[in-house]
Design a protein around this ligand. Sequence first.
Ligand code: GRF
Length: 226
Amino acid sequence: MTFEPAQELPVAVLLSGTGRTLANFLKEIEEKRLPVRIVAVGSDRERARGLQIAAEAKIPTRVFKKSDYTGRAQRDREIFRWLQERGARLLCLAGYLSLLDLSSRAELPVLNIHPALLPRFGGAGFYGDRVHSAVLAAGEKESGATVHLVDEYFDSGQIVARIKVPVLESDDLVSLRARVFEAECNLYPRVLRWIAEGKLRVSAGGAFGESGIWEPVTVEEGEGDS
Ligand code: GRF
């Protein structure tokens, strides 16, 4: 997928919770640092705060409650149908807690951000504060965030980029969570910029750069775009 620099990349978002990541995208868009248009926001939870953020920004929203469908395949078929109808060319998971059935995604590439340095501290059960608690309990000296393509499992798709942050001896859940989230706010929009600018091509078949398969990039905090 390549976009002319003048175009805005039509992106859909799925979330289950606060919508902090969506709010960060919207701020970056508002401040003209992200050539992206959010075309749809879906959720598996009707009370997700992120839906209000989307509605306030006049973005179409829809809830896909598990109990309204016969199973995951039926629900996800409906999700992908709706996102494509809205013109999405990329789907970003932003705190979406259900595992997606990708068989009906057609060509839509799906990205996720995970609040740790994958492949460590990822997989089923590793979400939210559970991730940071595990990092602290393991006595890690660094943590961070990872943007990756989504496959049929939790947190195991092709890694696109990571950002590292230190874990301090004085850290607790609150301080580590905040430091990692700040780094996420840097990393996820940066990856979207690479896609919008054509430096990174993502598809259902993988992530590719100018010279072939995309190698994971580690970005430093405070580093400018390259
Ligand atoms: C982020 O920390 C992200 O890494 C993960 O979900 C979190 C955002 O979800 N995928 P929420 O807004 O806190 O529910």
